[in-house]
Every structure is written in structure tokens, then in C-alpha cells.
Write a protein that binds this ligand. Structure first.
Ligand SMILES: [Fe+2]
Length: 169
């Protein structure tokens, strides 16, 4: 998309769509921080490699949305800290499928955006792939990261609370 197209499209952008695109951009940026932090805290080396790659993908996604919004946003690390804490509380067996669910949950919204913002299609495809990748990491076995059961309920509540205002993708 060249500069003229972009400006024209931004001109036609409704306030509601603009908010959706900015929210998506912020979610992707926060996703970068989340996967970077997971790469630092997880115990399995294969998982470290995967999370570094996912962080890079999320960075590319943020750039796709930035190209549409023209906004420079700052990443918020709250979600990253929460997810890293949940990793130690819940272990990967519970946490990874939970993150995969939120990756998949981003798909319908992106399918809607794709109609006017075609570059979002590759982002949508990545989110599906990310969900599949996270689930496939469980097939490695090695569930040494045992959840500390007394904290599990509180941790899930915290995670859901954060999810009300933020998105992982
Ligand atoms: Fe993403």
C-alpha cells in the first residue's frame, strides 16, 4: 500500500474502526512483551526458541496496524508480567492452551478487518498458527512446571481480569 492509499483510507476510517485498529496495534505490542518475557522464564529450550519467534511475529503484526493508524504506541508490560507469573503458578500445561485460546479468539475480529484492510489477513493466519504452535508445545511432554494449586484460582481470576482490558495475540 502506498502513502496516498493509506492517507485516503485513513480519511475514510470511522472513529469506531480507528479505535479497533489502535486496540489491535496495542494488543500486538503487548503481545511482543508477553512472548519476550515468556522466552526468559520458560524452562524448555524449544519453548524459548518458539516464544522468541512469536514475539517477532507480534512485532510484525504491530507494524501492520501502525501502517494503518499512523500512531506510535508504547507497549504495556502489565500483561507480560501477569503471564510470566501465571507460568510459574499454573505451569505450561494449563497456561499454554489458555494463551492459544486467546490467539484463536482474535481471529473473528481480524476476519472482519481484513475486508477493508487486506494486510490483516496474514496477521489472522499467524494467530491461528500461533494457537496451533502453543498447543503443539504440550506434545513435548516434560511437565516439570507443576502448578502450585493453592494459587491457581487466584491466578485464573487475575488473568481473566487483565483480559477484560487487554488482549493477547
Ligand atoms: Fe499477533
Amino acid at each position: 500500500m502506498d502513502q496516498t492509499d493509506r492517507i485516503e483510507r485513513q480519511g475514510k476510517m470511522t472513529e469506531e474502526v480507528r479505535k479497533t485498529l489502535i486496540k489491535a496495534q496495542q494488543g500486538e505490542l503487548d503481545g511482543v512483551e508477553t512472548y519476550k518475557m515468556l522466552a526468559e522464564v520458560v524452562h524448555n529450550e524449544d519453548d524459548v526458541k518458539v516464544f522468541k519467534q512469536l514475539a517477532a511475529d507480534e512485532g510484525r503484526h504491530a507494524a501492520v496496524f501502525k501502517n494503518y493508524t499512523g500512531e506510535v504506541l508504547k507497549p504495556d508490560k502489565t500483561q507480560a508480567f501477569a503471564v510470566a507469573a501465571l507460568y510459574s503458578l499454573l505451569g505450561k500445561k494449563i497456561l499454554y492452551p489458555l494463551i492459544a485460546k486467546f490467539e484463536y479468539a482474535a481471529i473473528p475480529g481480524y476476519e472482519e478487518l481484513m475486508k477493508d484492510y487486506p494486510e490483516v489477513e496474514s496477521v489472522k493466519d499467524d494467530e491461528k498458527r500461533h494457537g496451533d504452535t502453543l498447543n503443539s508445545l504440550l506434545e513435548n511432554g516434560q511437565f516439570n512446571d507443576r502448578p502450585k494449586l493453592p494459587y491457581v484460582c487466584a491466578a485464573i481470576a487475575l488473568f481473566l481480569f487483565i483480559r477484560l482490558t487487554k488482549r493477547i495475540r
